[in-house]
Design a protein around this ligand. Structure first.
Ligand SMILES: Cc1cc2nc3c(=O)[nH]c(=O)nc-3n(C[C@H](O)[C@H](O)[C@H](O)COP(=O)(O)OP(=O)(O)OC[C@H]3O[C@@H](n4cnc5c(N)ncnc54)[C@H](O)[C@@H]3O)c2cc1C
Length: 214
Protein backbone atom coordinates (compact mmCIF):
# COMPACT_ATOMS: atom_id res chain seq x y z
CA UNK A 1 0.00 0.00 0.00
CA UNK A 2 1.28 3.49 -0.81
CA UNK A 3 2.21 5.76 2.05
CA UNK A 4 0.90 9.32 2.26
CA UNK A 5 4.35 10.58 1.18
CA UNK A 6 4.32 8.35 -1.93
CA UNK A 7 0.80 9.51 -2.85
CA UNK A 8 1.78 13.15 -2.39
CA UNK A 9 4.92 12.60 -4.52
CA UNK A 10 2.81 10.87 -7.22
CA UNK A 11 0.44 13.86 -7.27
CA UNK A 12 3.35 16.28 -7.53
CA UNK A 13 4.95 14.16 -10.25
CA UNK A 14 1.73 14.24 -12.31
CA UNK A 15 2.00 18.06 -12.20
CA UNK A 16 5.72 18.67 -12.63
CA UNK A 17 7.10 15.36 -13.99
CA UNK A 18 9.19 15.43 -17.18
CA UNK A 19 10.27 12.60 -19.46
CA UNK A 20 13.89 11.44 -19.64
CA UNK A 21 15.14 9.13 -22.40
CA UNK A 22 17.80 6.50 -21.83
CA UNK A 23 20.65 6.82 -24.33
CA UNK A 24 22.67 3.89 -23.03
CA UNK A 25 23.51 1.87 -19.95
CA UNK A 26 26.96 0.49 -19.15
CA UNK A 27 27.92 -1.94 -16.38
CA UNK A 28 31.02 -0.44 -14.74
CA UNK A 29 31.05 -3.49 -12.44
CA UNK A 30 28.42 -6.18 -11.85
CA UNK A 31 26.81 -3.89 -9.24
CA UNK A 32 27.40 -0.37 -10.59
CA UNK A 33 25.53 0.95 -13.62
CA UNK A 34 26.34 4.07 -15.61
CA UNK A 35 23.08 5.38 -17.13
CA UNK A 36 23.30 8.14 -19.76
CA UNK A 37 20.08 10.12 -20.23
CA UNK A 38 18.74 12.80 -22.49
CA UNK A 39 16.75 15.42 -20.57
CA UNK A 40 14.09 17.47 -22.38
CA UNK A 41 15.34 20.81 -21.06
CA UNK A 42 18.61 22.45 -20.06
CA UNK A 43 19.45 22.58 -16.36
CA UNK A 44 21.58 24.92 -14.30
CA UNK A 45 23.91 22.10 -13.25
CA UNK A 46 26.04 22.21 -10.11
CA UNK A 47 27.49 19.54 -7.79
CA UNK A 48 25.31 17.07 -5.92
CA UNK A 49 21.97 17.67 -7.61
CA UNK A 50 19.65 14.69 -7.94
CA UNK A 51 16.71 13.64 -10.08
CA UNK A 52 13.66 12.09 -8.43
CA UNK A 53 12.96 9.14 -10.73
CA UNK A 54 9.73 7.15 -11.02
CA UNK A 55 11.00 3.59 -10.52
CA UNK A 56 7.62 1.86 -10.19
CA UNK A 57 3.94 2.57 -9.61
CA UNK A 58 3.97 5.41 -7.07
CA UNK A 59 7.60 4.55 -6.23
CA UNK A 60 10.34 7.18 -6.45
CA UNK A 61 14.09 7.17 -5.84
CA UNK A 62 16.68 9.95 -5.94
CA UNK A 63 19.77 9.56 -8.13
CA UNK A 64 22.58 12.11 -8.37
CA UNK A 65 23.62 13.71 -11.66
CA UNK A 66 27.29 12.71 -11.76
CA UNK A 67 27.97 14.79 -14.86
CA UNK A 68 26.09 16.98 -17.29
CA UNK A 69 26.76 17.99 -20.90
CA UNK A 70 24.97 21.25 -21.65
CA UNK A 71 25.47 21.02 -25.44
CA UNK A 72 23.69 17.67 -25.78
CA UNK A 73 21.51 17.92 -22.64
CA UNK A 74 22.80 14.58 -21.42
CA UNK A 75 23.09 13.57 -17.78
CA UNK A 76 24.98 10.60 -16.32
CA UNK A 77 23.70 8.70 -13.27
CA UNK A 78 25.73 6.07 -11.39
CA UNK A 79 23.41 3.57 -9.70
CA UNK A 80 24.52 0.94 -7.20
CA UNK A 81 22.61 -2.29 -7.73
CA UNK A 82 24.17 -4.88 -5.38
CA UNK A 83 20.92 -5.27 -3.40
CA UNK A 84 17.28 -6.21 -4.06
CA UNK A 85 15.28 -2.98 -4.17
CA UNK A 86 12.66 -1.25 -6.31
CA UNK A 87 15.19 1.32 -7.52
CA UNK A 88 17.96 -1.20 -8.03
CA UNK A 89 15.69 -3.58 -10.01
CA UNK A 90 14.38 -0.68 -12.09
CA UNK A 91 17.90 0.47 -12.98
CA UNK A 92 18.91 -3.06 -14.05
CA UNK A 93 16.07 -3.36 -16.58
CA UNK A 94 16.64 0.05 -18.26
CA UNK A 95 17.36 -0.16 -22.00
CA UNK A 96 18.34 2.44 -24.64
CA UNK A 97 15.34 4.46 -25.92
CA UNK A 98 13.30 3.63 -22.83
CA UNK A 99 11.73 6.67 -21.13
CA UNK A 100 10.69 7.44 -17.57
CA UNK A 101 9.24 10.26 -15.49
CA UNK A 102 11.42 12.35 -13.26
CA UNK A 103 11.25 15.59 -11.28
CA UNK A 104 14.10 17.96 -10.57
CA UNK A 105 16.92 18.47 -10.36
CA UNK A 106 16.79 19.13 -6.62
CA UNK A 107 19.44 19.44 -3.94
CA UNK A 108 22.86 20.76 -4.86
CA UNK A 109 23.59 21.84 -1.29
CA UNK A 110 27.16 20.49 -1.26
CA UNK A 111 29.62 22.42 -3.39
CA UNK A 112 33.43 22.37 -3.45
CA UNK A 113 34.77 24.73 -0.75
CA UNK A 114 37.98 26.74 -1.16
CA UNK A 115 39.95 24.27 1.07
CA UNK A 116 43.32 22.97 -0.22
CA UNK A 117 42.04 19.39 -0.03
CA UNK A 118 38.65 17.85 -0.77
CA UNK A 119 38.19 14.33 0.56
CA UNK A 120 35.12 12.21 -0.20
CA UNK A 121 34.23 9.05 1.73
CA UNK A 122 31.24 6.78 1.21
CA UNK A 123 29.89 3.57 -0.31
CA UNK A 124 29.25 2.92 -4.01
CA UNK A 125 25.85 4.68 -3.98
CA UNK A 126 27.76 7.96 -3.37
CA UNK A 127 30.10 7.78 -6.38
CA UNK A 128 27.87 10.05 -8.52
CA UNK A 129 27.76 12.63 -5.69
CA UNK A 130 31.58 12.60 -5.50
CA UNK A 131 32.12 12.68 -9.29
CA UNK A 132 29.98 15.84 -9.46
CA UNK A 133 32.22 17.47 -6.80
CA UNK A 134 35.33 16.31 -8.69
CA UNK A 135 34.06 17.90 -11.92
CA UNK A 136 33.25 21.24 -10.21
CA UNK A 137 36.42 21.57 -8.05
CA UNK A 138 39.22 24.03 -8.79
CA UNK A 139 41.85 22.10 -10.82
CA UNK A 140 44.55 23.01 -8.27
CA UNK A 141 42.64 21.49 -5.34
CA UNK A 142 43.81 18.08 -4.11
CA UNK A 143 40.97 15.59 -4.42
CA UNK A 144 40.65 12.10 -2.92
CA UNK A 145 37.68 9.72 -3.00
CA UNK A 146 37.64 6.63 -0.76
CA UNK A 147 34.85 4.15 -1.55
CA UNK A 148 34.09 1.33 0.86
CA UNK A 149 33.76 -1.38 -1.75
CA UNK A 150 35.90 -4.25 -3.02
CA UNK A 151 35.82 -4.21 -6.80
CA UNK A 152 35.97 -0.85 -8.56
CA UNK A 153 38.13 0.48 -11.38
CA UNK A 154 40.86 2.96 -10.43
CA UNK A 155 38.95 5.81 -12.12
CA UNK A 156 35.25 6.43 -12.82
CA UNK A 157 34.29 9.28 -15.19
CA UNK A 158 37.92 10.47 -14.79
CA UNK A 159 37.70 10.64 -10.97
CA UNK A 160 40.52 8.65 -9.26
CA UNK A 161 39.22 6.17 -6.69
CA UNK A 162 40.74 4.52 -3.62
CA UNK A 163 38.91 1.47 -2.30
CA UNK A 164 39.11 -0.11 1.13
CA UNK A 165 37.25 -1.57 4.07
CA UNK A 166 35.72 0.55 6.82
CA UNK A 167 38.48 -0.85 9.10
CA UNK A 168 41.19 0.57 6.77
CA UNK A 169 39.46 3.94 6.71
CA UNK A 170 40.82 5.27 10.03
CA UNK A 171 44.39 4.60 8.98
CA UNK A 172 43.78 6.24 5.59
CA UNK A 173 42.26 9.39 7.16
CA UNK A 174 45.12 9.56 9.68
CA UNK A 175 47.55 10.24 6.81
CA UNK A 176 45.54 13.20 5.46
CA UNK A 177 46.10 16.87 6.42
CA UNK A 178 42.73 16.92 8.25
CA UNK A 179 42.92 20.58 9.33
CA UNK A 180 43.13 21.91 5.74
CA UNK A 181 40.56 19.49 4.37
CA UNK A 182 36.84 19.61 3.66
CA UNK A 183 35.35 16.13 4.04
CA UNK A 184 32.26 15.05 2.09
CA UNK A 185 30.53 11.95 3.46
CA UNK A 186 27.65 10.35 1.54
CA UNK A 187 25.67 7.14 1.15
CA UNK A 188 25.00 4.58 3.88
CA UNK A 189 23.93 6.43 7.04
CA UNK A 190 25.60 4.20 9.71
CA UNK A 191 28.90 4.37 7.75
CA UNK A 192 28.56 8.13 7.58
CA UNK A 193 27.91 8.50 11.34
CA UNK A 194 30.92 6.29 12.19
CA UNK A 195 33.21 8.10 9.72
CA UNK A 196 32.16 11.51 10.98
CA UNK A 197 33.18 10.50 14.51
CA UNK A 198 36.56 9.16 13.27
CA UNK A 199 37.30 12.43 11.45
CA UNK A 200 36.27 14.58 14.44
CA UNK A 201 38.47 12.46 16.75
CA UNK A 202 41.40 13.15 14.39
CA UNK A 203 40.75 16.91 14.52
CA UNK A 204 38.79 17.41 11.29
CA UNK A 205 36.26 20.25 11.45
CA UNK A 206 34.82 20.82 7.98
CA UNK A 207 32.55 17.83 7.40
CA UNK A 208 29.57 17.81 5.03
CA UNK A 209 27.27 14.78 5.22
CA UNK A 210 24.51 13.46 2.93
CA UNK A 211 22.79 10.28 4.15
CA UNK A 212 21.13 8.25 1.37
CA UNK A 213 20.01 4.92 2.87
CA UNK A 214 20.32 2.66 5.94
C1 LIG B 1 19.76 12.89 -2.43
C2 LIG B 1 20.00 11.42 -2.76
C3 LIG B 1 20.82 11.08 -3.82
C4 LIG B 1 21.06 9.73 -4.13
N1 LIG B 1 21.89 9.43 -5.17
C5 LIG B 1 22.13 8.11 -5.47
C6 LIG B 1 22.98 7.76 -6.56
O1 LIG B 1 23.49 8.61 -7.31
N2 LIG B 1 23.21 6.43 -6.80
C7 LIG B 1 22.64 5.43 -6.02
O2 LIG B 1 22.88 4.24 -6.26
N3 LIG B 1 21.81 5.75 -4.99
C8 LIG B 1 21.54 7.05 -4.71
N4 LIG B 1 20.70 7.38 -3.68
C9 LIG B 1 20.04 6.28 -2.95
C10 LIG B 1 18.75 5.85 -3.71
O3 LIG B 1 17.87 6.94 -3.88
C11 LIG B 1 17.98 4.78 -2.97
O4 LIG B 1 17.65 5.23 -1.69
C12 LIG B 1 18.77 3.49 -2.85
O5 LIG B 1 19.34 3.13 -4.07
C13 LIG B 1 17.88 2.34 -2.50
O6 LIG B 1 16.79 2.21 -3.33
P1 LIG B 1 16.24 0.78 -3.71
O7 LIG B 1 14.81 0.94 -4.10
O8 LIG B 1 17.16 0.11 -4.66
O9 LIG B 1 16.31 -0.04 -2.35
P2 LIG B 1 15.28 0.02 -1.12
O10 LIG B 1 14.01 -0.66 -1.49
O11 LIG B 1 15.17 1.44 -0.64
O12 LIG B 1 16.05 -0.82 -0.04
C14 LIG B 1 16.06 -2.26 -0.09
C15 LIG B 1 17.17 -2.81 0.81
O13 LIG B 1 18.44 -2.56 0.20
C16 LIG B 1 19.30 -1.87 1.11
N5 LIG B 1 20.05 -0.91 0.28
C17 LIG B 1 19.58 0.27 -0.23
N6 LIG B 1 20.54 0.86 -0.98
C18 LIG B 1 21.62 0.04 -0.93
C19 LIG B 1 22.92 0.10 -1.49
N7 LIG B 1 23.31 1.13 -2.28
N8 LIG B 1 23.79 -0.92 -1.24
C20 LIG B 1 23.43 -1.97 -0.46
N9 LIG B 1 22.20 -2.09 0.10
C21 LIG B 1 21.31 -1.10 -0.12
C22 LIG B 1 18.38 -1.21 2.14
O14 LIG B 1 19.03 -1.09 3.37
C23 LIG B 1 17.21 -2.18 2.21
O15 LIG B 1 17.50 -3.22 3.12
C24 LIG B 1 20.45 8.71 -3.35
C25 LIG B 1 19.60 9.06 -2.28
C26 LIG B 1 19.38 10.39 -1.98
C27 LIG B 1 18.48 10.73 -0.81
Amino acid sequence: MSTFKEKATAFLMSRIGKTAYVINTTAITDSLLQITLHLPEAINWRSCQHLKCEVGKQAYRDYTIASWDQATQTAVLLIHTSHEGTGSNWAKQLQPEQSFFYAGPGGGFHQPTAADNLVCIGDASAIGHFVSLYKCRHPQQQFHAMIIDKHLPSTILDMPIHTGTSEQLTNWVRHLPVQETTFYLAGNIPLLVKTRKTIKDLGGKQIKSAGFWE
